[in-house]
Design a protein around this ligand. Sequence first.
Ligand code: NAD
Length: 492
Amino acid sequence: MSQVQKPTFKEKYDNFINGEFVAPVKGEYFDNVSPVDGKIFTKAARSSEEDVNLALDAAHAAFPTWSTTSATERSNMLLKIAQVMEDNFEYLATLETIDNGKPIREARAADIPYCIDHFRYFAGVIRADEGTISEHDKDTVSIALHEPVGVVGEIIPWNFPLLMLAWKVAPALAAGCTAVVKPAEQTPTSVMCFMELIKDVLPKGVLNIVTGFGAEAGEALATSKRVAKLSFTGSTETGRKVMHNAAENIIPLTLELGGKSPNVFFSSVADQDDNFFDKAIEGALMFALNQGEICTSPSRILVQEDIADKFIEKMQERLAAVKTGHPLDPETMIGSQVSKAQFEKIMNYIKIGREEGAEVLAGGEAGNYEGEIKDGYYIQPTVLKGKNDMRVFQEEIFGPVVSLTTFKTVEEAIELANDTAYGLGAGVWSRDAHELYQVPRAIQAGRVWVNQYHTYPAHAPFGGVKESGFGRENHKMALDHYRVVKNMLISY
Ligand code: NAD
């Protein structure tokens, strides 16, 4: 099948502040490399504290009007953003693939449709949202008003640049907040190209984007005293620093951090019903979705001992048939890692796994290709069999690498599943009603998929426990993270 054509990029992309594209104050830009071929394809603004302050000026100036704009008007603007995305669907999917390295089939099937739905969902939620009025006594009425928290700072990662933007921006704007967003330095381009498409949809200053490095623009935003709330998605290590900043300024914070999610397979998945067993094996292969660069990636497989041989054999068979390679080929299922640094980190973990005595059941090597993609960052989907106390079972690899171990009893499965510092996602696969209810209840995680994995509907609350963070995105409850309640007690 022929590859999707690349769009033409500008030589460099500026920040988006107060409704305009503006050059960074110091005039500096950094290279944006496409992981597809390892080549620089454009540059983005290298923002400093001064740029962040300009963006905050704009967001503060816009807040009084935006926060008192009717819910209907805000809703209509979110619907317009969704429509622009739908009208430019192929362009946005292609951008996301070039910037991140993910296969175009995934950008088409997940990233862009989920983004569109997210804007539509919060456009609906804000209109259906009702205030709370209650009678205190015969002379007094209590009104709970949900007011927008103010100007918010939103810091996003590189694995789903547009979707993470949608997850943060849609509820923030719906709630009446104005925002300054800092995309990840590995993937600034798709976000800036998206802003070109929607630049006239919102009033000036409501949504501002500053690109740049974490230690510069990111830190300036996370430490600013002019931010009323921070929402951060990224590594647990950076999340800890951001939490210190929020504590310093005493502002609320949402943290979506790392994970080491267990995917638990009970022996009943292999009972007679071959279709269900095939479905379960597809669920096990989800570890390589988006090249494993998903915070909820099911990166630990726990399989009941009596079906382990059959399970592994079938998994190996299926993995051998997975098409890897050029992300712009519509048939490719696993593309490139996001950067050279990420590629090297993952390859080092495979080495660590081998040194720890893990058995390599599949993959274990870089994906070597010729032609256009020979300098991209490709890794074969890899299965390591070992024990849950190994580093490759405990540390987040964030690549197409899964660690597999076996268990005998339900109790042992729960103990292994919870034997991690993280608590973001989990999967449970079984045909037994008792296991299907008790095990998800006992697993410490913000999201448990049961007989499925990696679906993200806008109405399902998402977030972590333990070192995976706190606060919830998606679902109408996300609105409350961008609002404060003011109570009025009125006598009449
Ligand atoms: P990272 O923490 O290095 O970077 C994330 C963002 O934070 C980037 O925009 C970066 O520029 C910024 N940043 C870095 N240092 C900063 C600082 N000192 N102050 C303020 N901002 C700073 O993470 P990463 O390596 O880019 O992303 C991968 C990690 O993100 C993984 O660990 C993954 O699990 C996690 N992640 C979590 C979720 C989730 O929803 N829980 C989603 C995607 C990724």
